[in-house]
Design a protein around this ligand. Structure first.
Ligand SMILES: Cc1cc2nc3c(=O)[nH]c(=O)nc-3n(C[C@H](O)[C@H](O)[C@H](O)COP(=O)(O)OP(=O)(O)OC[C@H]3O[C@@H](n4cnc5c(N)ncnc54)[C@H](O)[C@@H]3O)c2cc1C
Length: 390
């Protein structure tokens, strides 16, 4: 399957989603049918390597074509786009690290086969790594994983699990029994009720102001069976390889929302352009500047990745500034359009809250700025690495 054919099929769906925008923006839950349609459109192949007829060739070759699909999907439905973005985001841990050193080579290769088999069988992947009190820093995980014969069992509190109830597997972190540092695991969740009977309890259903229908629930795990990543003790290495892709993907989703909001605002404002007050004209011009600059930041991220040089720093800068610009741009648009944007039937209040998600997505604000500030004093080849966000 080619990225272009998936992009075209997803674009058709996004157009249909956009036609139902007012109903969709009021949703607080995901519709499973959407995921069936997106699977038929081939979107799950964004998480498969080329040798499996997937869209992933390598970080420099594939980031743009995959991110563009998500940018287009976000034109139709913010929540669906964000949830679907988690799929290639977490699968990129295996995609961007095709080989590992000798001791773990066989196990890693076997795990990649099993993970990609699951995608071919229809699984959507997501993540529930965040923990209350960790500030989004995976190194601060307090969840624990204990050995039980040949299996691992996870216990701990997690939240922000976008796509909970839709995904079949969720990537997470925990401190393995007898070890000091957190490591990666994944939880098979398909068909598991969140009532505690399978070791997973729904603690708080998602009630976000923005990304309302992402089902980013808080879950508690108690002795829940999990799989450990087959390259144990390499949490940071796996993040380093995948982070530029993940940051650019999240940025693509928010850029798609920003484009849709700016176009809708322009359509509303153009007929009364002559009667706009000076303040409104300036705010609108500023909003357009910010939308344009956010797009340049995204282009800069892609170009850094496509250069083949370390791109983690550029991706972090791009994601952070795009988050600031998107939030500011939507604020200005709402000011110019007026108080009606507070109404739930207006799309703009929804978009305003939706774009605010980018700054909280990994690495969230505080961690992002740790990396940006550290790098400004001690520049590294690849730019800021935001240690806590790894
Ligand atoms: C729309 C959206 C979707 C997201 N999707 C995902 C996802 O799919 N997977 C994922 O892993 N992460 C996801 N995230 C989370 C994100 O990656 C960050 O981890 C998160 O935003 C960090 O939140 P925080 O800074 O509030 O810190 P956190 O420490 O995570 O705190 C969050 C909340 O916990 C409370 N809290 C703080 N300290 C404590 C404490 N000691 N004990 C108890 N409660 C405490 C705070 O009051 C706050 O409300 C998502 C975030 C958003 C906004």
């Amino acid at each position: 399957m080619s990225a272009e054919s998936v992009r075209r099929a997803v674009e058709k769906l996004a157009d249909n989603f956009a036609a139902d925008r007012s109903e969709r923006q009021m949703r607080t839950t995901l519709a499973r049918e959407d995921f069936g349609l997106l699977a038929e459109a081939g979107l799950q192949t964004a998480g498969l390597p080329a040798e499996r007829d997937g869209l992933w060739h390598s970080l420099p070759e594939s980031t743009r074509s995959i991110c563009e699909i998500y940018r287009i999907l976000a034109h139709g439905d913010s929540s669906v786009a964000l949830v679907c973005a988690m799929h290639p985001a977490v699968l990129s841990f295996w995609l961007a690290t095709p080989h590992v050193p000798e001791l773990d080579t066989g196990d890693w290769s076997g795990q990649r086969t099993a993970v990609f088999d699951s995608v071919e069988q229809g699984a959507w992947w997501g993540t529930i790594t965040s923990e209350p009190g960790s500030g989004g820093d995976v190194h601060r995980s307090r969840a624990v994983a204990r050995r039980d014969a040949d299996a691992w069992r996870l216990s701990g509190q997690k939240h922000f699990g976008s796509g909970s109830g839709i995904t079949s597997y969720m990537v997470t972190t925990a401190v393995p029994d007898g070890e000091e540092d957190a490591d990666w695991f994944y939880v098979p969740v398909e068909g598991n009720p969140f009532d505690g009977s399978a070791g997973i309890t729904l603690m708080a259903p998602w009630d976000g102001h923005g990304m309302r229908a992402t089902q980013s629930h808080a879950l508690a795990f108690a002795d829940c069976p999990v799989e450990r990543f087959a390259w144990p003790g390499h949490l940071d290495d796996l993040i380093d390889a995948a982070a530029p892709f993940i940051g650019t993907l999240f940025t693509a989703v928010v850029l798609g929302i920003l484009e849709t909001a700016t176009a809708a605002a322009r359509a509303q404002l153009a007929p009364k352009a002559e009667s706009l007050r000076p303040y409104e004209q300036v705010e609108w011009a500023q909003a357009e500047l910010e939308a344009w600059t956010a797009e340049q930041a995204y282009e800069g991220m892609l170009r850094a990745i496509e250069s083949g040089n370390p791109a983690r720093g550029a991706a972090l800068r791009g994601k952070t500034i795009a988050a600031q610009l998107a939030e500011s741009c939507l604020l200005r648009i709402c000011r110019v359009l007026g108080g009606g944007t507070f109404a739930r039937h207006s799309p703009f209040g929804h978009w305003f809250e939706d774009v605010r998600a980018l700054g909280f997505l990994r690495p969230p604000w505080g961690l992002a700025y740790d990396g940006l500030v550290a790098d400004s004093w001690e520049p590294t080849t690849g730019g800021p690495s935001s240690p806590g966000s790894r």
